[in-house]
Every structure is written in C-alpha cells, then in structure tokens.
Design a protein around this ligand. Structure first.
Ligand SMILES: Cc1cc2nc3c(=O)[nH]c(=O)nc-3n(C[C@H](O)[C@H](O)[C@H](O)COP(=O)(O)OP(=O)(O)OC[C@H]3O[C@@H](n4cnc5c(N)ncnc54)[C@H](O)[C@@H]3O)c2cc1C
Length: 283
C-alpha cells in the first residue's frame, strides 16, 4: 500500500523458507533484486532468514504475473471479481458482472469460503467427500492498523517485533525495514482482539488501536491512519493436502491457496505448484 510517499506492507510482513522449491524461487527473486533478507529474527537472532520485498509485498504478485499478459492465448483481467462458476456443455462457465468466459479447467486460489460461494452461485456440485470438510474450514481474522508518522517510530531494530501476547501480534516500522522512504508503521491486532472488535464501528476501533499503539510510536505524531480488516488471514486448521480437486466435469476444477497443506506465503506458493501439477495431470 502506498500513501503520501510512504510504502506499507499491510498483510504479510515477511516470509521464511523451508522447502527446496520455495528456496529456488526466492533465489530467483533475490537475483531480480526483489526479495532481500530483512533479518534473522526480531528480538533474538535464530539464524533463519526473514525475507521482505523491495517496494512492498504486492510487487511479488506483479512479478509472478509479469509475462502472462501478452502471452499467446492468455487474457489477463485484473480487478475482476468472479461471481459464479457453473458447468456448461462446452466447459466451465465463469461469470462476473458484465462478462463471462468458457474455460476447460478452473483453478481458484480465493479463500475457500469465497471459492465455495462461486461454486454455489453457479450450482456446481462438489465432488463426493470434500464438501463437508471444505465448508468446515475456518480462518483467523486480523485487524491491521496502518499509520503514517511525522518521524521514525519507536519500533526497535530491525524494524519489527513478533509478539506472543498482548493486543498486537506484529508491529513493523516500514522505513526501518527498508521498504518505505517515509516513516510509516503497520500493527496487526492479535487474533483474539481482532475477533472481539470485528463488528465494532471501524472508526472507534481505529482510535482505540492507535492509542494502544502509542508505546510503539514513541513521540511521533500520526499524520493519518487506516484500519484494514483481513477476514481470511490464514486457516485455523489447514486442509491436509496441498490442493483439492473439487470437481472433474466438465473439466478439472481445483482449489488451492494457503488453506491447503500449510499456511503463509510459502504454503500458498507450494499449493500453487501442487495445483499446477494436478491440472497438468487431469487436464
Ligand atoms: C494480516 C496478515 C499478516 C500476514 N503475515 C504473514 C507473514 O508475515 N508471513 C507469511 O508468510 N504470511 C503471512 N500472512 C499470510 C499470507 O499473506 C497468505 O498466506 C498468502 O497471501 C496466501 O496467498 P493465497 O494466494 O493463498 O491467497 P491470497 O493472498 O488471499 O489471495 C487470494 C486472492 O483471491 C482474490 N479473490 C477472492 N475472491 C475473488 C473473486 N470472487 N474473484 C476474483 N478474485 C478473488 C483476492 O482478491 C486475492 O487477491 C499474513 C496474512 C495476513 C492477512
């Protein structure tokens, strides 16, 4: 997110690497001067690199998508919210307000409840067995506070703290982290607090959270602040497989994303790979 010369990561703050496949991808990102090692721990160094993305996490998606637009037979539609996926005689019918297309295969990496809503809206029957489990998947919620400051915050080096108790689960100084030219902080409310305040008036919640954040802000004045609600911030219990075939007719229909096999950025990456393998095998 960009505002008034500041760059703020509002969702994922960093990622770690455990698998060889993700390590190879992160090497590629580092060679492209996109990913960099932010630190090896926050309060205490543990030797494991935490990576961030120059210019903000959203550049990762842009990097992954680069080259798709313009490739033969590929049509990219950004900012298009799909409304329904239904089986048709020629293949899957994918509809959105004002348009539709027919597809031989469908891969949805939206949060599972969103994917299921698309299938339900299209009258798509889920394959035997997977429906009840998918419908039972639950997600954590996170309320994120983004604030631009008139001077550096009090978040200590390396510009981040992971907190196991208290009102916030993570606090980050985006400038100290190295992605923002201007002072700006991101604070994630804990799962418990986020759930408790989810239905409250957002403006009142923002005022309260900014007041609670004061120890992390030091003597900086808040220039402006925003509350970002993340309804699907990560699965409470991930699905046991990396990807899930939800239907086979009129073509493969695969669900993937961070709810499958393991959460976080690396989990989403590995799920995407598994989904691609599944589509190639079934398609
Ligand atoms: C507050 C927060 C903090 C986090 N911190 C970390 C962290 O520090 N480290 C880490 O590794 N991970 C972190 N995560 C988790 C990480 O962001 C996710 O695991 C990862 O982004 C999941 O990727 P994904 O592709 O599965 O889903 P998403 O990133 O959620 O992408 C799903 C996409 O589907 C789109 N979509 C949904 N419905 C539709 C529709 N109907 N039509 C079209 N598109 C649709 C959405 O717009 C979205 O772009 C954090 C997440 C949150 C919310």
């Amino acid at each position: 997110m960009r505002a008034g010369g500041a760059v703020l990561d509002h969702g994922a703050q960093f990622f770690t690497v455990r698998s060889d496949a993700f390590a190879a991808f992160v090497d590629e990102l580092a060679r492209a001067e996109l990913a960099y090692e932010w630190c090896r721990g926050f309060e205490v160094e543990d030797g494991y690199p935490r990576y961030a993305v120059r210019g903000g996490m959203d550049r990762l998606a842009a990097h992954l998508g680069a080259g798709l637009a313009g490739a033969e037979g590929v049509e990219v539609r950004l900012g298009t919210e799909v409304a329904a996926v239904s089986p048709g005689a020629e293949g899957w019918r994918v509809r959105w307000p004002g348009g539709q297309l027919t597809a031989a295969a469908v891969l949805s990496t939206a949060p599972v409840p969103r994917s299921l809503a698309l299938l339900d809206a299209g009258g798509t029957e889920l394959d035997g067995g997977v429906g009840p489990g998918l419908r039972a998947l639950e997600y954590h919620r996170v309320l994120a506070v983004l604030a631009r400051l008139d001077r550096p915050s009090a978040v200590p080096e390396p510009g981040g703290r992971q907190l196991s108790d208290g009102l916030f689960s993570f606090v980050a100084d985006n400038q100290r982290k190295g992605i923002s030219a201007k002072p700006a902080v991101t604070l994630h409310a804990s799962h418990g607090l986020s759930a408790a305040r989810w239905e409250d008036d957002p403006e009142a919640t923002l005022v309260d959270l900014v007041a609670e954040a004061r120890p992390w802000l030091g003597d900086a004045a808040v220039l402006d602040a925003e509350l970002v609600p993340w309804r699907y911030s990560g699965p409470v219990e991930p699905w046991p497989e990396r990807a899930c075939a939800a239907a086979v007719a009129p073509g493969p229909l695969v669900l993937a994303g961070d709810a499958f096999g393991g959460p976080k950025v690396e989990g989403a990456f590995l799920s995407g790979l598994a989904a691609a393998e599944r589509l190639l095998a079934d398609g």
